[in-house]
Structure formats: structure tokens, C-alpha cells
Design a protein around this ligand. Structure first.
Ligand code: B12
Ligand code: SF4
Length: 460
């Protein structure tokens, strides 16, 4: 057995984030490392928000792989310092959304970090032996490292055949050890497992930086590969509900249909949720009917704005008319619950556009709406146009993705807050919508998460 690796997400109090679900990315990396003979463990600081517990684990490991999100710069600093104080000779590798956006910044400003990995980590981590021996580092894909005084950023590669990577180490991210706090808030079952069918997104929305991690070429696993994984989780862990983390699950409707047919033919009784969202242009009645028959009970749709002009400016790649038509199609041909996602405070948005958005949100035949506050995601087109030469911005440590870190010229913070509260009230204070939300609460923990979401929606 080789040296021990601890993969971790820094500890964070419940309530600082709106969802706590098995940490899929680290699950994938753990499997690859196991195949290479390493002893691996995962500490998910979102599920176990305890610094004491994290500190007590450090001594048992030599290599630390940390996942960080865009707003976690200061928590990352505390985490790497905590590790280095207790394990001087330990190797620290950082990956995830923040690492993919600011590799150079992290290596320049945090000397305790040994390596940064951009994009998908499986490829890089499979060379861990070489990496630890500092052997031909320039040949390791997606690796960022220090070469004397220079920072080297190796070429980026994406996994070509997703069926070649092993399933996540589900025993280390066992869904039974997680509370019922999915991204979508609601679930049919107490325990859910996140799964991902495709990686990458081909669209170019100006506010989004997803391609920095998974690239712009959409790659799917084979439907059989996904189906087998679901069967395994179902039989090994007794999990009957699966939430899709794909940026665009329906990009290839034929793959989605094939997966649905596998479930239907097997007669598997499971619940499925396209929680992150589907692009609706590919969706037709046949696909929708198959989805519902296979167990999909909810889908998310990114509408973003009620203004045709704003949709065009944000390069959404679809018209409002088409979005409305497809949402109606979902509503009229299935019983699936629909959540529509909107954005508040985009730089293009003038006061009239905001009112169009509120009007549109309240007129759509959907069950839930979510108004995200626009924050310039590091790496997105808007991020570069807003911060221009100041990159990464001096304010990087202040970038907080839960409150406003950027306010466009047309609204001040209070105007956006009040408009958001009013919009939520208009939408949610309708008896049939309220009844739906209340019936989704299945446990005291879920009630707590609902309260956190309401608090954030109103005051953050
Ligand atoms: C689930 C999810 C969450 C969950 C995470 C729960 C969890 N336990 O993982 C929650 C709700 C917490 C969350 C929050 C946010 N999220 Co989020 N989230 C996702 C989502 C939908 C799926 C993540 C996932 O499981 N992917 C599948 C796995 C396989 O990929 P992965 O996690 O990225 O891991 C791979 C690589 O990143 C890398 N990697 C990851 N960690 C490590 C560690 C090491 C050591 C190494 C070497 C490699 C490595 O290798 C992994 C395997 O390939 C993605 C979209 C997507 N499709 O990925 C968005 C996404 C990651 N989120 C995003 C954003 C913007 C946010 C928020 C800022 C949103 C907000 N306004 O609140 C917050 C961040 C809060 C914060 N703390 O900063 C963006 C990031 C964009 C960017 N580049 O900045 C994404 C890409 C969505 C998008 N389309 O824009 N999110
Ligand atoms: S918002 Fe969705 S569709 Fe647009 S680029 Fe990002 S992942 Fe793709």
C-alpha cells in the first residue's frame, strides 16, 4: 500500500451554503487513487463542519487534495496553513472551480500549496507517483506547478471516453451519511445520490464559467455505464433517488432516451431529478414522456431573463419565445415539476428589463422560481469585461457568492434586494405554489434548510 491521501472540502458551517450532497468530484478522484494503490479517505467539511475533526485526521495522511469553490479563498488559506503547521512534509494539491480559475494566483500567494490542478482532476491524479517524485512535471496534463521562480501551467486535457473512469468511491461519500439537503431543495426520498451523465457545455452564456472545469465539448458516458452505476448504488446503498449534476442533461436527447429505456425495461422503480437544468431546445414529447416513465419527477430550466434583448446580450442562444413554448410543452405533456432559474442584477439589465423578468416569472406555468444574484463568475466572459486589466481583481478576497459583490450601474443593492423580495412574494404567495413547497418538507433538517433559503432570499 502506498502513502495515504486525504481528499477534502474545508469545513464550512451548514447555512453558509444552501445544499449538502455527496461530494461527487472527490468521489471520482478517490476511485482513481485507489486503482493506483493509494490508501484514500474523504473529509467533506460541508457535511461535517468541524475543524477539530479535520485536524484530528491530518496526522494519518501525507498527501492532501483540497476542493475549493470560487468564494473560498480565505478558508483555503486557513486550511493549507492548518495542514502545513501539523504536517510540514505533507504535499498539498488544490483543485475545483477556484483552482481552475486562478491557478497562478494560488501558487503565487499561497506558498504552502504544492500543486494546483485545473479542470477535470482524474487525468492529473492518475500521475500522482510521478508528481510526488517531481518527475517530468511538464508532461502531466492540467497540472500547475512551480519551476524555480516561474509558474508553469501545463496544457489542458479532457477525458475523451468517460466510460474509462471508474465509478466514484461511493463508500466514502455514502449518501446514507448525508442529510436530505439537495440542490433542488425538494426530494421524494430522504436519501439521494448525485450522478453525472455528461460533462462539458457547448453554449457561451456570458455569465457562466462552467467550461473552465469541464470544457466546451459535450461528452457523455454511455447510457449503459450510467445505468449500471445507478443499479450499483441502488443495490449497495439502498438509494432510490438520483439527482443529475449535468450542466445540460438533454444536450443529446437520444442518449437520454436510451438511458430512460434501460430503466423502463428493467422495471426499476426510482426517482430522478434534472436538478441543475436542461436546455429545452432539444426536448420533444417523446423524450419528455420517456423521462417521466423512467422516474423523472422534476426538471430545472434556465430562463435567466424575461427580456429578449437581455437574453441576446448574455448569449443565451435561445429566444424567450422558444423557452416559453418548451416550458408549456413540459407542463402540458407531463406531471414533472418545473423550476425556472432567473438572474438578478446582470450588467445589461435596465429597470424595464427587470420588470419584464418579474412578469415573465410569474406568468410561466412553473412550480418554483429561483432568482440568483449575478456575481461575476471567475473565468466567465462578463468577469473579464468587468474586471478588465485588474485580473485577478484586488477585491478577490472579498468576492462572496452569497451576497452582492458586484452591482451594475442601473440598480443599487437595496433596489435589487427589494425587487427580489417583491418578485418572490408575487410568485410564492399563491395558495397552490405555497402548498407545493410545504408538502416538500420531509424532516426538521429540511425545514431548517428551507428557513435558511428564505432568509438568504430575503436578506442576503
Ligand atoms: C453540486 C454543485 C454545487 C454544490 C456542491 C455540493 C458538493 N458537495 O459538491 C453547492 C450547492 C455547494 C454549490 C455551490 C456553488 N456553486 Co456549484 N456546482 C455544482 C454542480 C452543479 C455540480 C458539481 C459536481 O458534482 N460536478 C461533477 C464533478 C465530477 O465535478 P467537480 O465537482 O467539478 O470535480 C472535478 C473537478 O473540479 C476536479 N476537482 C474537484 N476538486 C478537486 C480537488 C483536487 C485535489 C483535484 C486535483 C481536482 C479536483 O476534478 C473533479 C473530477 O473531474 C456544478 C456544475 C457541474 N456540472 O459540475 C456547479 C458549479 C461547480 N458551481 C458553480 C458555482 C458558481 C457555485 C456557487 C458560486 C453558486 C452560488 N452563487 O452560490 C456556489 C459556490 C459556493 C462557494 N462556496 O463558493 C459553478 C462554478 C463556475 C466557476 N468556474 O466558478 C459551476 C461549474 C456551475 C456553473 N455552470 O457555472 N455548487
Ligand atoms: S449557463 Fe448552462 S447553457 Fe449556458 S454556458 Fe453555462 S452551463 Fe452552458
Amino acid at each position: 500500500m502506498k502513502r495515504g491521501v486525504l481528499l477534502l472540502k474545508p469545513p464550512r458551517a451548514v447555512g453558509t451554503l444552501h445544499a449538502v450532497t455527496p461530494i461527487l468530484g472527490l468521489g471520482y478522484l478517490a476511485s482513481v487513487l485507489r486503482e493506483k494503490g493509494y490508501r484514500v479517505n474523504i473529509f467533506d467539511g460541508l457535511n461535517t463542519p468541524s475543524w477539530e475533526k479535520f485536524i484530528s485526521m491530518i496526522a494519518d495522511y501525507d498527501i492532501f487534495g483540497i476542493q475549493v469553490f470560487p468564494s473560498e479563498i480565505s478558508i483555503l488559506k486557513d486550511t493549507v496553513e492548518t495542514i502545513k503547521e501539523r504536517k510540514k512534509e505533507g504535499t498539498i494539491i488544490v483543485g475545483g472551480a477556484l483552482a481552475s480559475s486562478f491557478p497562478k494566483y494560488l501558487l503565487e500567494n499561497m506558498p504552502s500549496i504544492d500543486f494546483v490542478v485545473i479542470g477535470e482532476g482524474e487525468l492529473t491524479i492518475s500521475y500522482l507517483d510521478k508528481l510526488l517524485n517531481k518527475e517530468n512535471l511538464s508532461s502531466i496534463p492540467n497540472l500547475c506547478w512551480r519551476d524555480g521562480n516561474k509558474i508553469q501551467i501545463n496544457s489542458r486535457e479532457y477525458i475523451k471516453d468517460l466510460d474509462e473512469i471508474p465509478y466514484p468511491a461511493w463508500d466514502l461519500i455514502n449518501p446514507n451519511n448525508y442529510p436530505c439537503a439537495p440542490l433542488s431543495f425538494s426530494a421524494k426520498k430522504e436519501k439521494i445520490a448525485p450522478v453525472i451523465f455528461s460533462r462539458g457545455c457547448f453554449f457561451k452564456c456570458t455569465f457562466c464559467a462552467s467550461k473552465l472545469i469541464m470544457g466546451s465539448r459535450v461528452r457523455y458516458r454511455s447510457p449503459q455505464n450510467l445505468f449500471n452505476e445507478i443499479l450499483k448504488i441502488y443495490s449497495d446503498f439502498n438509494i432510490e433517488e438520483f439527482h443529475f449534476m449535468d450542466d445540460n442533461l438533454a444536450f443529446d436527447k437520444y442518449k437520454l432516451q436510451e438511458f430512460c429505456r434501460l430503466i423502463i425495461n428493467k422495471g426499476l422503480k426510482i426517482y430522478l431529478n434534472a436538478t441543475v437544468g436542461i436546455r429545452v431546445e432539444t426536448i420533444d414529447i417523446e423524450t419528455l414522456k420517456l423521462m417521466e416513465k423512467a422516474g423523472f419527477y422534476a426538471v430545472g430550466v434556465g430562463v435567466e431573463s424575461g427580456s429578449e434583448e437581455v437574453l441576446k446580450q448574455m448569449k443565451k442562444g435561445i429566444t424567450l419565445e422558444k423557452l416559453k413554448e418548451k416550458i408549456k410543452l413540459i407542463k402540458n405533456s407531463t406531471n414533472m415539476k418545473i423550476t425556472a432559474f432567473f438572474m438578478f442584477g446582470l450588467p445589461y439589465e435596465k429597470p424595464a428589463h427587470r420588470f419584464q423578468t418579474i412578469k415573465c416569472a410569474c406568468s410561466l406555468p412553473v412550480d418554483k422560481i429561483l432568482f440568483s444574484i449575478f456575481n461575476p463568475a471567475p473565468g466567465s466572459e462578463l468577469y473579464y469585461s468587468i474586471f478588465k486589466s485588474d485580473f485577478p481583481p484586488k477585491r478577490i478576497l472579498e468576492l462572496d457568492f452569497h451576497t452582492f459583490s458586484y452591482v451594475s450601474g442601473f440598480f443599487n443593492v437595496w433596489q435589487i434586494r427589494i425587487l427580489r423580495i417583491i418578485s418572490y412574494m408575487i410568485f410564492y404567495l399563491r395558495p397552490h405554489i405555497l402548498k407545493n413547497i410545504i408538502s416538500d418538507v420531509r424532516s426538521p433538517f429540511q425545514m431548517k434548510m428551507l428557513m435558511i433559503r428564505i432568509y438568504k432570499a430575503l436578506f442576503k
